[in-house]
Design a protein around this ligand. Structure first.
Ligand code: MIG
Length: 620
């Protein structure tokens, strides 16, 4: 059952697809005091949900803030990452889900300030609250998902393996990547293009010097079964004579300042403006621009910087320079020195900037800050709607960095700028079920880590987990050490792991489709499948994948084995140097040896493996 409570919403966020009547007089499971919703938890209550956030699968104990943020330092102290996924699932004496549908900032204190008290406080009281009840955790999620609509289903080739790197700057770099994968006999379906393929970071342009013939490059690679997946950034370079800018400017499709002038920000292309994705006409117009690339044979994209990330605004920069001018260097002391440093540091993703520009929405002119969390979602919708037309229904791939619930119908998400740290393998595993609850099924992390330098053992362990994630992409930041599957000398171990991904792909893809069609989760905490098992409830580093499989990856440096909990009798499947062996194990704890390069997973019923292939074009 779903009940709807409405508190002066300023627009429809688009998250919900069911038209429910407002529940007059129904009791809220929260007490409402001012703008704060409060729920008392007993000792055993667990709290799931919140999508892409830090820390455990059970989120109790920390405080989270939904405010889409470009922050590349994902550590446990953070309250917000790139997504705003305002669904929590309370698992106590009462079991229910609560979705706080609001386009701006909202804080979830899940037993942080007071360990027994859960509070939810939207910054502005423009919201609708949906309370979802059902008789099991899985059923609550199913019911919630029926409220927000079917998840995005990408084409099957998008489930292949992809290689990315911010730092492939020429066509030659891309060809070399494809050749080295082929030479090593490692399957691959996609190579990604980061911002360097563009002409001076202009969306929908291609550098004539570095990628003189993208059509030919795309065709050559596609004949080998490899697709090129370029990036598109949210902001558009201000440059007269650049069609995208000229048209958008003339038609009034960019976000405006309080005086109705285009609001100018600084990001990769320098002076830039922000397409107004909350204006359906502007969104449609931007989406049509993808044609410049689909005309060259491109069928997939990743959308970046759409929180939106702002390095600075012109307004903020002017203000900072004035502050700095006022400073007397001879008078600097430690405190004023740090103050001076922060004058510039504060420019990035500054709330004052988010409060200084406006959208032209179907509900009228709205300040960006008040609808901030919708920006990335509506960029995804813009691309999705256009690509369905340009490439045909279900034939294209789109995923985004920023998101809000609702965008799960239009595309996937990747989890942004993680690092080559062991802790981020576990972080990524723990993000998956939360994302799935909120409808985001097509997701994955940057394998090997984005920032920092990767090592061979880290990459092997990361891949051994990520071969189960729908989006399987190795990606790294500019300036970091190479981390392709061929970058560490010996390629055999990588070949075996990635080959296993393809051998499992029919099961993984079918499980994914099933989850889409039935509003199920593809990844589930053990708790969700074994509600009567108190031991399973506390397992935070294993996941159910589809109906028949469980994973328990290694995520610590130097570990050669780990404890695995089996909530029922299962078959342990081991891949060792490409060979598969099995062993029956009883319910309970096991200490399982997993030497580097082996992959071990567990099945409840037989999961058939396909024959090895070079890429998805060779699968039946
Ligand atoms: O400010 O395009 O998360 O995947 O490689 C950094 C360069 C911009 C952030 C994305 C990352 C991408 C990078 N981008």
């Amino acid at each position: 059952m779903i009940q709807r409570f409405s508190y002066s919403p300023i627009l429809s966020t688009g998250a919900v697809v069911k038209d429910l009547p407002i529940s007059d007089g129904a009791p809220l499971p929260f007490t409402l005091d001012g703008q704060t919703f409060t729920f008392h938890m007993d000792e055993k209550t667990r709290v799931y949900g919140l999508g892409e956030t830090v820390r455990g699968i059970n989120k109790r104990g920390w405080i989270y803030e939904s405010f889409c943020t470009d922050d590349p330092n994902h550590n446990e102290g953070k309250r917000a990452l790139y997504g705003a996924h305002n669904f929590i699932l309370i698992d106590g004496k009462q079991k229910f889900g609560a979705f706080f549908d609001t386009p701006s900032k909202i804080t979830f204190d899940l037993g942080y300030t007071d360990s027994d008290i859960l509070t939810v406080t939207p910054e502005s009281f423009a919201l609708e609250v949906y309370i979802v009840t059902a008789d099991s955790l899985k059923a609550v999620v199913r019911e919630f998902r029926s409220l927000i609509g079917k998840s995005y289903l990408p084409p099957r080739w998008a489930f292949g393996y992809g290689q990315s790197r911010w730092g492939y700057v020429t066509e030659q770099d891309i060809r070399e990547c494809a050749d080295r994968y082929e030479k090593a006999g490692i399957p691959i379906d996609m190579i990604y293009l980061d911002i360097d393929y563009m002409d001076r970071f202009k969306d929908f342009s291609v550098s004539p010097e570095r990628f003189p013939n993208l059509r030919k490059l795309s065709d050559d690679l596609k004949s080998r079964g490899i697709r090129l997946i370029p990036i598109i950034d949210a902001a558009v370079k201000v440059e007269e004579g650049y069609g995208v800018y000229d048209e958008g400017h003339e038609k009034g499709y960019f976000c405006k300042d309080e005086n109705g002038e285009d609001f100018v920000v600084g990001v990769w292309p320098g002076r830039s403006v922000l397409p107004d994705f909350l204006n359906p006409e502007a969104a449609k117009w931007f989406g049509e621009k993808y044609k410049a690339l689909t005309d060259l044979g491109i069928e997939g994209f990743w959308n970046d910087m759409n929180e939106p990330a702002l390095f600075y605004s012109e307004k903020g920069l002017l203000h900072s320079f004035e502050e700095i001018k006022k400073m007397d260097i001879s008078q600097l002391n430690a405190l004023s020195f740090f103050g001076a440093r922060d004058v510039l540091a504060r420019l990035q993703n500054n709330d004052d900037d988010y409060k200084s520009f406006y959208h032209n929405t179907p509900s009228g002119k709205l300040r960006h800050y008040d609808v901030h969390n919708l920006y990335g979602a509506y960029m995804t919708k813009s691309a999705h709607d256009a690509l369905e037309e340009l490439c045909g229904e279900g034939n294209s791939l789109i995923f985004s960095r920023a998101s809000y619930i609702g965008a799960h119908r239009w595309g996937g998400v990747w989890t942004g700028d993680n690092a080559s740290w062991w802790g981020h393998i576990l972080q990524s595993l723990q993000q998956m079920p939360g994302l799935n609850m909120c409808g985001f099924l097509f997701s994955g992390s940057d394998i090997g880590g984005f920032g920092s330098n990767c090592t061979r053992d880290l990459l092997l362990r990361w891949m051994s987990f990520a071969l189960f994630t729908p989006l399987m992409r190795n990606h790294a930041a500019a300036g970091t050490r190479s981390q392709e599957a061929y970058a560490f000398g010996d390629t055999e171990a990588f070949r075996h792991i990635i080959t296993l991904r393809y051998r499992l792909l029919p099961y993984l893809y079918d499980s994914f489709r099933y989850a889409v069609e039935n509003d199920e989760m593809y990844f589930r905490p053990l708790r969700f499948d074994y509600e009567d098992d108190e031991v399973a409830a506390a397992v935070e580093d294993q996941l159910m994948v589809g109906d028949r499989l469980m994973i328990a990856p290694i995520y610590t440096q130097n570990a050669e084995a780990r404890h695995v909990y089996l909530p029922e009798k299962m078959t342990q499947v081991r891949m060792h140097e490409g060979d598969i062996s099995t062993e029956e194990l009883n319910k309970g704890w096991h200490y399982v040896s997993v030497p580097l390069g082996d992959v071990v997973y567990f099945t409840i019923q037989d999961v058939e493996l396909a024959e090895p292939v070079r890429n998805t074009s060779e699968l039946d």
